[in-house]
Design a protein around this ligand. Structure first.
Ligand code: GRG
Length: 305
């Protein structure tokens, strides 16, 4: 299948659909929860939920779900659950004790507006919120309690020490040191790849797909998750803060090892393409409607933000 670009209309339509499905759910929660929490916690949660990212993870959930034959809009709840976990991770990633940044998604970061204690607590609150959202969606999609349990496990494992938290931990630990490519790959697969892999798996699980289908989606997610973070490394070195909606050049400022610091821009771009192609190849392992996922694989490595 030929590689697709960031301008692919099918990908643009998918991202718009994901934005719609997820945006409505996040807004509902922001409206409900803010008044129920003490100030400034409620406002901090609502501020984070109302920030507008690209919604790549929801689009992956949606595309994997459709590729496995699903067509119920209730999948939006699964997509929103992953986006909530991702949003919490951005709030915490920007804290002074982590990457210490003051811009995200084109606005001041949550702790800059509401203070570190409120931003920290808001992040913690968002994880159980995501699980509740996932449980409601799995029920609405007609999945049984066993599948709901497995889906919850997939989301939480990807978010925990074997995934996002573990990868971030290694990443913070490595600041100012040079990692070899193998170690850097482990950081990237944990910090970013695990949640992206979970998106693809959850989209398939939401249809009750067969093990070979889940295996193909997992393989796609594993490779495209790594490609996503390599492309992020390249963008951090080549795009502007305006394009990214966050401070560009942060990796170099924090003396982080990245694919760019190890391989240069060209080498890193080549690796992103290679992993994106491997992702698409993995889709051949099962009878999937693979077009949209293939389109997203192209978008993920050619995007400009
Ligand atoms: C307790 C050590 C410890 C960690 C807590 C904070 C955290 C968990 C993990 C951070 C994970 C993280 C922020 C990884 C970077 C992932 C990434 C590439 C984010 C940018 O994603 P985009 O480009 O952003 O999809 P938008 O804004 O478009 O959603």
């Amino acid at each position: 299948m030929p590689e697709r670009s960031a301008q692919d209309p099918a990908v643009a339509a998918l991202l718009a659909r994901a934005r719609g499905l997820v945006g409505a759910r996040l807004e509902e929660w922001a409206t409900q929860i803010a008044p129920e929490l003490p100030a400034p916690l409620g406002d901090a949660v609502a501020y984070a939920l109302r920030s507008s990212g690209k919604r790549v993870r929801p689009a992956l959930v949606l595309a994997a779900y459709q590729a496995a034959g699903g067509d119920d809009p209730a999948i939006g709840g699964v997509a929103a659950a992953v986006e909530i976990v991702h949003t919490y991770s951005l709030v915490h990633d920007d804290l002074p004790c982590m990457d210490d940044d003051d811009q995200r998604r084109g606005r001041p970061t949550t702790h800059v507006v509401f203070g570190v204690p409120a931003a920290t607590r808001a992040g913690w609150l968002m994880v159980p919120m995501a699980v509740e959202m996932l449980a409601d969606a799995a029920r609405a999609l007609g999945r049984d309690a066993g599948t709901l349990g497995q889906m919850t496990r997939v989301l939480l494992q990807a978010s925990g020490i074997a995934g996002m938290v573990g990868g971030q931990w290694l990443d913070l630990d490595a600041e100012g040191r040079t990692l070899d490519l193998e170690r850097l790959m482990a950081v990237h697969r944990g910090k970013t790849g695990a949640l992206i892999e979970a998106c693809c798996l959850l989209g398939g699980m939401a249809t009750g797909a067969a093990p070979e289908t889940l295996d193909a989606l997992r393989g796609y997610g594993r490779e495209i998750g790594l490609a996503f973070q390599i492309a992020d490394d390249v963008l951090d070195a080549t795009a502007t803060s305006e394009q990214l909606g966050k401070t560009a050049g942060r990796d170099a400022a924090l003396a982080k090892s990245t694919y760019v610091s190890l391989l240069g821009i060209e080498g890193a771009t080549r690796e992103a393409r290679r992993h994106s192609a491997l992702a698409v190849e993995s889709l051949r392992r099962a009878p999937l409607r693979a077009e949209t996922l293939a389109g997203l694989a192209g978008y993920i490595i050619t995007r400009s933000s």
